[in-house]
Design a protein around this ligand. Structure first.
Ligand SMILES: Nc1ncnc2c1ncn2[C@@H]1O[C@H](COP(=O)(O)OP(=O)(O)OP(=O)(O)O)[C@@H](O)[C@H]1O
Ligand SMILES: [Mg+2]
Length: 344
């Protein structure tokens, strides 16, 4: 476009001077030509920019079409039945699972049951398969063998929306969306009223810090929640889970990434959230697990131990080993919470 502009101006000047010399053009005429050609450039530039936008848009459209063409791995059965509110009886029955495109099983023969209102802790080394259990509970994938049940019914016989409505999650990395604080909380249940939102924020110990934000509940938080600290984001996630009021709660490492103080700070809200719900808490820092009803220790996809905190300590197996290791590697944490447990 710039070459066209320069050569245009040069041509007008060259040709114009020549015509001027021959007396076929007046000086005024030449100046008018030059002025007019200047006016012509901005529409040409706009046109060329249009071309750019067109190519950018078509590339984006291709990505969107690709996404729309993706077929989810899990499909709703034609015979799926509606259920009312679940009681929250979660059961894994001989579940084996391999991620598509991998050769190693992420879970093999995992069985456990959590009765309504109970808390189950899943512990194990990194890569043991803990988060995979959470993904299967949410039915992001179907197990290759065995069954995952909710209230005694195979997840594959239920509507996906029912399965997911029955579960609230608090993950290690909280997704904060670009929007107001209010929207970020109500995202858990879009039809929530203002009073419910505030109540959830209070219960999550988030109300006070939200009040201190520049525009309170209307403060815009950036895409990755840049305005909020890790602990504040986590409390926002708890409020979000609180407002969903789901019978099953999945906590995947809710306190890692936080310092001891922030970790302790969210324990109160977490316990309030856990009250009366079936909870699966995943943790390898072991601080949050010791008063769970039962602890299941996973190792390379297998359940290697299961039982109460005391029983497992007495047994002196892998859990006791992890526990010892933890006390050695983080004396500050173990020391600051007398029994090494914040929950109890
Ligand atoms: N999306 C995926 N695709 C393929 N393999 C995966 C995927 N997610 C996890 N895996 C594999 O499955 C195994 C279990 O992973 P999982 O995320 O359940 O571990 P984890 O116990 O939650 O570990 P961490 O404590 O580090 O979070 C790992 O070997 C991992 O490499
Ligand atoms: Mg994990």
């Amino acid at each position: 476009v710039e070459i066209i502009e320069v050569s245009g101006a040069l041509a007008v000047m060259g040709l114009g001077t020549w015509k001027l010399a021959q007396g076929q053009l007046t000086l005024g005429g030449l100046l008018v030509f030059l002025a007019l050609i200047g006016k012509l450039y901005s529409p040409i530039r706009d046109l060329s920019r249009l071309g750019n936008s067109f190519y950018a848009a078509s590339a984006s459209a291709e990505r969107i079409i690709e996404l729309l063409d993706q077929r989810p791995q899990v499909v709703e059965a034609a015979s799926a039945r509606r259920t009312g509110r679940a009681r929250g009886d979660v059961e894994f029955d001989g579940v084996s699972f391999r991620y598509p495109g991998t050769t190693r099983r992420a879970l093999s023969g995992v069985s456990f049951r959590v009765a309504p209102g109970e808390t189950l802790a899943l512990v194990g080394a990194s890569g043991a398969g803990k988060s995979t259990v959470a993904k299967l509970q949410l039915r992001f994938y179907d197990p290759d063998q065995g069954t995952v049940r909710l209230d005694g019914r195979d997840l594959r016989d239920l509507f996906l929306s029912d399965v997911r409505e029955s579960v609230a999650v608090v993950l290690q990395e909280t997704l904060v969306f670009h929007g107001t604080v209010r929207e970020n909380i109500a995202y858990g249940r879009p039809e929530a009223t203002e009073a419910e939102i505030v109540a959830a924020a209070r219960a999550a110990d988030a109300h006070d810090f939200i009040q201190l934000l520049p525009a309170g509940y209307d403060t815009m938080v950036g895409q990755s929640g840049r305005m909020l600290s890790g602990g504040q984001r986590q409390r926002l996630a708890i409020a979000r889970a609180m407002i969903r009021d789901a019978p099953v709660l999945l906590l995947d490492e809710p306190t890692t990434g936080l310092d001891v103080q922030s970790g302790r700070r969210i324990m109160g809200p977490l316990r309030r959230l856990m009250a009366g719900r079936t909870t699966i808490v995943i943790s390898h820092n072991l601080l949050t697990v010791s008063d769970a009803t039962r602890i299941v220790v996973l190792d390379r996809g297998r359940v290697v131990e299961s039982g109460s905190h005391d029983a497992l300590l007495a047994h002196g197996g892998m859990y006791a080993g992890l526990r010892r290791l933890h006390a050695v590697t983080s004396p500050a944490q173990a020391g600051s919470s007398s029994q090494g447990s914040v929950l109890s």
